[in-house]
Design a protein around this ligand. Structure first.
Ligand SMILES: [Fe+2]
Ligand SMILES: [Fe+2]
Length: 337
């Protein structure tokens, strides 16, 4: 659902295993630089600097983990959706997120890291995923707000990734973004319906907006001035738009949507700035953000425990698939003999 726009410390479980020879020669470097300058795509078989490969492995695997962990806060509401229609929509959305995780693990695998290495990083707590999923989803309106604002912020972040310099990541993002657009719309539509309902329903929507708004602004990552790795990622064509610019685009796009919906965005400093032709907005609580990134958010432990349990519970499926494939191989060998 979303990619984190900041760098977290290297995860020992996520060491990349270069497929192409990594001996840096001036010639390979020049070929790589020229391709980047010409806005071309780097493909798995191409030579690439180790730091480029490492940055991509970290970003794509974090993105994949975010999709997978992102299934949990919403999966929690499938059995409590208020109607068959909402249940079907929510199941489809959660299933999409699982699919996004799988595309992205596949994209990261093309860089020479294995699925097992990436899962080990996630399950041991060494690898990060988007912190937004470490907050609870308290009522049904949260499902609408997560779609509208969290998926909305994810789209803002992910559309520029369709032009990322690494081919497999850029191509995966095209389909992911189309599906994210459905996620955002279904959330907004669910909220529109609730806002035509009772005073209690309207209050639920406003309460959910109040709880999620600031956390969604933080999803774009720290201010540009505190994001030292961003410049390199931009130079490499991995990142196309800075954290602050994406955040501004999101605020400007969301304000009119909030007006149509009839909710207030919980920021007294939010106002149109005629001179800048953008909305000004208040201060984000970065201490709270970093505390959650570092494992102390309200649901960090619960999310990880649920994910590890789901993985362990699925062991028999993996065993069965392996046994079946071995059986097929034995059969094929027998037939060939
Ligand atoms: Fe999504
Ligand atoms: Fe997604």
């Amino acid at each position: 659902m979303y990619t984190q726009s900041f760098n977290v410390p290297d995860s020992p479980g996520l060491k990349s295993v270069p497929l192409a020879p990594s001996t840096e020669s001036a010639e390979s470097q020049a070929r790589f630089d020229n391709k980047i300058d010409a806005d071309g795509k780097i493909e798995p078989q191409d030579w690439m600097p180790d730091a480029y490969r490492k940055t991509l492995v970290r970003q794509i695997s974090q993105h994949a983990h975010s999709e997978i962990v992102g299934m949990l806060p919403e999966g929690n509401w499938i059995s409590r959706a208020p109607s068959l229609k909402r249940k079907a929509i929510l199941i489809a959305k959660v299933q999409d997120e699982g699919g996004h995780g799988l595309y992205l693990y596949s994209a990261a695998e093309t860089l020479g890291t294995s699925r097992d290495q990436m899962l080990e990083g996630l399950h041991s707590g060494k690898a990060k995923y988007s912190s937004i999923f470490n907050y609870p989803t308290l009522n049904w309106a949260d499902m609408g707000v997560v779609g509208w604002l969290v998926d909305g912020a994810a789209i803002m972040n992910q559309i520029p990734l369709c032009r990322c310099s690494y081919g497999p990541y850029a191509r995966a993002m095209i389909r992911v973004c189309k599906e994210e657009s459905f996620h955002q719309r279904q959330g907004y539509e669910a909220l529109l319906v609730m806002m035509q309902g009772t005073a209690e329903q309207k209050a639920m929507v406003q309460d959910a907006v109040n709880r999620w708004w600031w956390k969604c602004l933080a999803m774009f990552g720290p201010p540009d001035a505190d994001s030292p790795h961003s410049a390199q990622a931009m130079r490499w064509g991995i990142k196309r738009i800075s954290n602050d610019d994406l955040r501004q685009k999101f605020v400007d796009a969301t304000v009119p949507q909030a007006k149509v919906l009839g909710v207030t965005l919980p920021d007294p400093d939010l106002k149109w700035n005629e001179e800048r032709q953008h909305h000004d907005y208040g201060q984000i609580d970065w201490d709270e953000f970093w505390s959650t990134v570092n494992g102390n958010g309200p649901c960090n432990k619960e999310r990880l425990a649920t994910r590890v349990k789901a993985h362990n519970d699925g062991q028999w499926v993996r065993n069965a698939a392996l046994a079946y494939s071995r059986k097929q191989q034995t059969q094929a060998t027998k037939e060939a003999a």
